[in-house]
Write a protein that binds this ligand. Structure first.
Ligand code: PLP
Length: 309
């Protein structure tokens, strides 16, 4: 089944969606994107697009930061995406990647006097980090971008930061990097937010730690509060706190909730998946399938059209 795209205001196979080599965004990173999961419920034969409105709200904020105007509202973007997923016919987990970008074929560093365009594709994505056995991390020698690169938006050019850290980590034998802020506090992974449990408290770096304000992070904060009665403390986190944590885990759309079992060659506690982490994973699984009636606004249910022979 080919990946599908909505590009230049029409639906088409991804292989037909092409841009020119002089496209501004390709040269200067002047674009922003989202990653949205569609989770396949094999019993109910439907996909649950998880928090799709929230992803598009964040994308439109990123577009504002880059002085881009999109001719679509959040509702229209959601509608388009539902149609794309319906048409694609996937009966498995899908990954949706919208992108707003400076589309003019024009040389020169700037944001003004350029055309904008929008594309969204749907495809499949293999599990990103080992969610069952746990993730082995190192602290990166790269520092997390600060507000000069607007970390609160998913700005394409800024992702060079995570790419540098991720490749160093992987080629050094780890699964993921943990980036610190410029003043040495814990920020996040290359594509995930981070949580730790310390003295029974659930803690995560605050918005002042140059993080992307993750939608999965927000989901976990709400599930911990509503279902476990556990308030999350959002504050600055020292690197050494990670080494002494009882539990640690990543959250992100690609990753869902992934336990961190080792940091800088030190096992996290016993090196096994922690109790709160696995409770949150158990709560999270039905929520992202749209099976928990307490959170109806988070789920957009889609029944894929049968694929034509
Ligand atoms: C740098 C970064 N941090 C955190 C996250 C997690 O955000 P979310 O849970 O919204 O996917 C992502 C993924 O989008 C990311 O790219």
């Amino acid at each position: 089944m080919p990946p599908y795209a909505f590009f230049h205001k029409q639906f088409m196979p991804l292989s037909e969606a092409k841009i020119g080599v002089l496209t501004h965004a390709l040269h200067y990173g002047t674009a922003c994107f989202e990653g949205i999961r569609g989770n396949w419920d094999s019993e109910r034969k439907r996909l649950c697009l998880f928090r799709v409105q929230d992803h598009y709200k964040r994308m439109l904020d990123g577009a504002r930061l880059l002085r881009m105007n999109l001719p679509y509202s959040v509702d229209e973007l959601c509608q388009l995406t539902v149609e794309l997923v319906e048409r694609s016919g996937y009966q498995e987990n899908v990954y949706i990647r919208p992108l707003v970008y400076k589309s003019s074929e024009s040389i020169g560093v700037r944001l003004h006097d350029l055309e904008d365009d929008f594309v969204v594709i749907v495809t499949t994505l293999p599990p990103y980090l080992a969610a069952e056995e746990g993730v082995r991390c190192c602290t990166s020698s790269w520092r997390r971008i600060n507000d000069t690169m607007v970390p609160r938006g998913k700005i394409c050019g800024a992702y060079v930061n995570g790419a540098l850290a991720k490749s160093d980590a992987c080629e050094g034998g780890f699964d993921e990097a943990i980036l610190l802020t410029h003043d040495g506090h814990v920020a996040e992974g290359s594509g995930e937010n981070i949580f730790l449990v310390s003295n029974g408290n659930l803690i995560t770096p605050s918005s002042l730690s140059d993080i992307l304000i993750g939608i999965t992070r927000d989901t976990v904060i709400k599930l911990a509060k509503n279902e476990l009665g556990l308030e999350t403390i959002e504050r600055q986190v020292y690197r050494s706190e990670l080494y002494l944590a009882e539990e640690c885990f990543f959250t992100g759309t690609a990753t869902n909730i992934a336990p961190v079992v080792e940091i800088d060659h030190r096992p996290v506690n016993t090196g096994e998946v922690g109790k709160i982490t696995s409770e949150l994973q158990k709560l999270f699984a039905p929520v992202i399938l749209g099976r928990n009636p307490k959170y109806p606004d988070w789920c957009t249910l889609v029944s894929p059209e049968p694929v034509k022979a």
